[in-house]
Design a protein around this ligand. Structure first.
Ligand SMILES: [Zn+2]
Ligand SMILES: [Zn+2]
Length: 122
């Protein structure tokens, strides 16, 4: 399963894509996936339920791919640990921190977690 090994947090970017004049939409940035969503909550739920789980390279914990993987990496570990474990550089760190911040600014994470628990996905 060579393909899976390439799907790491480095390639996991949940990005904001501007579509049209003043509408911003969310795009799943997991490798090979191009799904778009009206709201960030749907994007996170998609990443958690539709994608393979990610094994943290720092501590081995299995976390949902996408936003939750990014949150785990930066809440549980230092930047230095992330850079070392993922062979990342500072711009890779910045991109992920920006994504995390952008998500947390608009997402109703309590609702996301509740929805995922109800579906048995967390
Ligand atoms: Zn996706
Ligand atoms: Zn970890």
């Amino acid at each position: 399963m060579l393909f899976l090994e390439h799907r790491t947090v480095e390639e996991t970017v949940l990005s904001v894509t501007s579509v049209g004049s003043n509408m911003s939409r969310w795009k799943c940035g997991i490798e090979g996936c191009d799904a778009r969503f009206e709201n960030v909550e749907s994007a996170i739920i998609h990443q958690t339920t539709e994608h393979e789980r990610h094994e943290c390279k720092v501590c081995g914990t299995i976390v949902p791919e996408g936003y939750f993987a990014i949150r785990h990496a930066f809440d549980e570990h230092t930047r230095a640990e992330f850079v070392r474990a993922y062979d990342a550089d500072s711009s890779a760190v910045r991109v992920r921190e920006d994504v995390k911040e952008a998500v947390e600014e608009v997402a109703d994470l309590n609702r996301v977690v509740k929805t995922l628990r109800d579906e048995g996905a967390l």
